[in-house]
Design a protein around this ligand. Structure first.
Ligand code: NAD
Ligand code: WQD
Length: 355
């Protein structure tokens, strides 16, 4: 039980959080999840969110769950009074790009204000190890590809992206002010897929903003057709190119980051890309999903979506070199696992458990 220690996971009932909690349990970490259930489903009679109940079943281990809103510093303090943490993984945030343009203050309040609350409480309790959920969005419009961690950040195209950039700047300042802080900012590219069991996966509220859940809902018959946002980009087939990364690879990146931080006694701020290094176009994704699901995905080409960039993919060599991490799953795995989850639970977590 070499890794036994308390990890606090904020936003642990969300998409990336729940898969990471499972990976943590499977690596013998003990986990406390806090979440305000703003984007996670909990049956009113249940004690924990549905995804956490399923994670516990998959791992055959238990997770402590506490309902807590990070915009309220006092409630974070109460959590720190109750448990002793070695490290925090901070997922809790609002993440819808379009909504962030309509409600920028809510995004700054949760993503920036909430993070400052968390950092204040960490500082008070002398817990100075953090794994932060950053995003490839901090690179804004790429100057060149692949994206490396030393490239300029901040030229973001929307308020959501700016919150991620601003928090990275805050974390850099914090690390510069006190050499005891250790912060790893994981810049995720495009997370997709689900746990291979199909028991947990992405459960978007309403109409999905992201490509993969939208394709999956078309395949399962919940939506009529996909709108492909533009086919006049400077890419091989004219549609946008992204670096899709399987959620289980992303989850394992967090465990590797914790082990790296601890065993190498890492200090200061370090940004690390988590992507596969390979780009796929929208049309390639449609084809791969059709193959995995044996369904036809009707689509039509429409106008470009404002704020979209043409191409984005990572140079993932730093994660390999420093964290000893490498992505193991390909596009076919991503589509197969998304489809498995989608067809098993077409209504997401609200469908209830299949015994
Ligand atoms: P998600 O919405 O599924 O998970 C976020 C969780 O945080 C939810 O369970 C939500 O209820 C919770 N939460 C929101 N506001 C909260 C608050 N005030 N207090 C407590 N909990 C709160 O999103 P996700 O896709 O799992 O994203 C997790 C993190 O990764 C976010 O920080 C996001 O910005 C970042 N990220 C996501 C992507 C992506 O494409 N999914 C890409 C890059 C970065
Ligand atoms: C992928 C490609 C679209 C939907 C977003 C955020 C980013 C990060 C990940 C959090 C693009 C095209 C999409 C559709 C389409 N999130 N598309 N029809 O925009 O790369 O990144 O999620 O940090 O910050 O911006 O991901 O999945 O929305 O789009 O044609 O219905 O699919 O134009 O080329 P994106 P996405």
């Amino acid at each position: 039980m070499a890794n036994q220690c308390n990890i606090l996971v904020t936003g642990g009932a969300g998409y990336i959080g729940s898969h990471t909690v499972l990976e943590l349990l499977n690596n013998n970490f003990t986990v406390v999840v806090i979440d305000n259930l703003g984007n996670a489903y909990k049956d009113e009679k249940a004690e924990k969110p549905e995804c956490i109940i399923r994670v516990e079943k998959l791992a055959n281990k238990s997770v402590i769950f506490e309902e807590c809103d990070i915009t309220d510093e006092n409630s974070i303090e109460k959590i720190f009074e109750k448990y002793k943490f070695e490290c925090i993984i901070h997922f809790a945030a609002l993440k819808a790009v379009g909504e962030s343009c309509q409600k920028p203050l809510e995004y700054y309040k949760t993503n920036v204000g909430g993070t400052i609350n968390l950092l204040n409480v960490m500082k008070k309790n002398n817990v100075k190890k953090l794994i932060y959920s950053s995003s490839a969005t901090v690179y804004g419009v790429p100057e060149k590809l692949p994206l490396t961690e030393d490239m300029k950040t901040g030229n973001c195209t929307n308020p959501y992206g700016r919150t991620k950039y601003i928090v990275e700047e805050i974390l850099k300042d914090l690390c510069a002010s006190d050499p005891d802080w250790s912060v790893i900012s994981l810049r995720y590219f495009n997370p997709v897929g689900a746990h291979p069991s199909g028991e947990i996966g992405e459960d978007p509220n309403g109409i999905p903003n992201n490509l993969m859940p939208f394709i999956a809902q078309v395949a399962v018959g919940k939506r009529e057709m996909l709108h492909v946002y533009g086919n006049d980009y400077d890419t091989p087939d004219g549609t946008g190119v992204r670096d899709y990364i399987h959620i289980m690879d992303l989850a394992s990146g967090h465990v590797k980051a914790i082990i790296y931080q601890k065993t190498k006694n890492i200090k200061g701020f370090k940004a690390v890309n988590l992507g596969t290094g390979k780009g796929f176009s929208v049309l390639q994704m449609i084809k791969a999903f059709e193959l995995a699901s044996s369904k036809t995905i009707p689509y039509k080409i429409v106008e470009r979506r404002p704020g979209d960039i043409s191409s984005s993919y990572a140079d993932a060599s730093l994660a390999n070199k420093e964290l000893n991490w490498v992505s193991t799953k390909n596009i076919d795995d991503m589509c197969k696992d998304t489809w498995n989850w989608q067809k098993k639970y077409p209504q997401g977590f609200k469908s209830g458990s299949i015994q």
